[in-house]
Design a protein around this ligand. Structure first.
Ligand SMILES: NC(=O)c1ccc[n+]([C@@H]2O[C@H](COP(=O)([O-])OP(=O)(O)OC[C@H]3O[C@@H](n4cnc5c(N)ncnc54)[C@H](OP(=O)(O)O)[C@@H]3O)[C@@H](O)[C@H]2O)c1
Length: 280
């Protein structure tokens, strides 16, 4: 196979779908994976509209299933080449820490963190043998700063950041580069279908009801200003084509500014400012 091969997880919608199209447009053969193949029509339609249907192959992958990952591994080994892996699949659990069942934390980590490790482990032997490859992990601004009412998501993305730093240091001698994309808020399904709010915190009986409501209102108020996900897809495709990408790529309205302020201010001042903005 002469064309470069890119594997992307979570391509049924959002960043994954759009990045599949962008990479196909820039000459890759894309293995666009999704856990529910019944959802492939949207991607295939977009691919056709962009004239890249022959550059995209849809493959079933649930990042929480070892059986599913094994099948992907055999498939890639048959092709015998992988240039780019984009660990994109993810979802968000919201609620206040005290009220979130531990199993919801576990499930959150299974997808957003352990899923990334498992898929990466499946492609590393081939990449290492090639002495070449790029692994892009879809983190979030939530991987760099805490947000009340989002602790499962925030902690899974913080874990992803730490793991990616280690992996980057481990793999560089083998010519494999690891990069993190850190989007702010973008208009994708994650805010509706993907966002699992723990009902308990959103109910009047909850001691956190008032704060949860304020957080939801804060997010809803910001929604019209959420970014166009195509920007993230284009950035991801650009990073995939770089020979030595930077470790982190923050993207989105106010993301770099917020990170700068958070790192610049003392925590005491930062939390005061943050909570004042959040809770009116
Ligand atoms: N949108 C934002 O504002 C934003 C900001 C920062 C970071 N991110 C990150 O960007 C990534 C993509 O999210 P998105 O915004 O594009 O949301 P999205 O449209 O909801 O896409 C999420 C994708 O992940 C898939 N997925 C979830 N669990 C999976 C599993 N176990 N195995 C395989 N696929 C699975 C979903 O598949 P199904 O259709 O089957 O559910 C879907 O294809 C996530 O990692 C998210 O944390 C998003």
């Amino acid at each position: 196979m002469n064309k470069k091969i890119a594997v992307i997880t979570g391509c049924s919608s959002g960043f994954g779908l759009l990045t599949s199209i962008e990479l196909a447009k820039s000459g890759y053969q894309v293995i666009a994976t999704m856990r529910d193949l019944r959802k492939q029509d949207v991607l295939l339609h977009e691919a056709k509209m962009n004239g890249v249907e022959s550059s995209i192959t849809v493959h079933e992958l649930d990042v929480t299933s070892q059986t599913s990952i094994k099948k992907l591994k055999s498939y890639i080994e048959k092709i015998g080449r992988i240039d780019v892996l984009i660990n994109n699949a993810g979802y968000a659990v919201a609620g206040f820490a005290e009220e979130i069942p531990i199993d919801e934390y576990r499930k959150q980590f299974e997808t957003n963190f352990f899923g990334v490790i498992a898929v990466t482990q499946a492609v590393l032997p081939l990449m290492r043998a090639q002495q070449k490859g790029i692994i892009i992990n879809m983190s979030s601004i939530s991987g760099r700063m805490g947000f009340p009412g989002m602790s499962p998501y925030v902690s899974s993305k913080h874990a992803l950041e730490g793991w990616s730093e280690c992996l980057r240091l481990e793999m560089q001698p083998y010519g494999i580069h690891v990069a993190l994309i850190e989007p702010g808020s973008f208009k994708t399904n994650i805010w509706s279908s993907g966002n699992h709010i723990i009902e308990k915190s959103a109910q009047k009986e909850s001691p956190y009801f008032h704060y949860m409501k304020e957080i939801q209102q804060y997010i809803e108020k910001g929604e019209p200003k959420f970014g166009d996900p195509i920007k993230v897809a284009k950035k991801t495709a650009k990073i995939a084509s770089q020979s030595k990408p930077s470790l982190r790529a923050p993207i989105g309205k106010g993301v770099s500014f917020n990170l700068f302020i958070k790192n610049f201010l003392q925590w005491k001042l930062w939390e005061k400012l943050f909570l004042k903005t959040l809770y009116k």
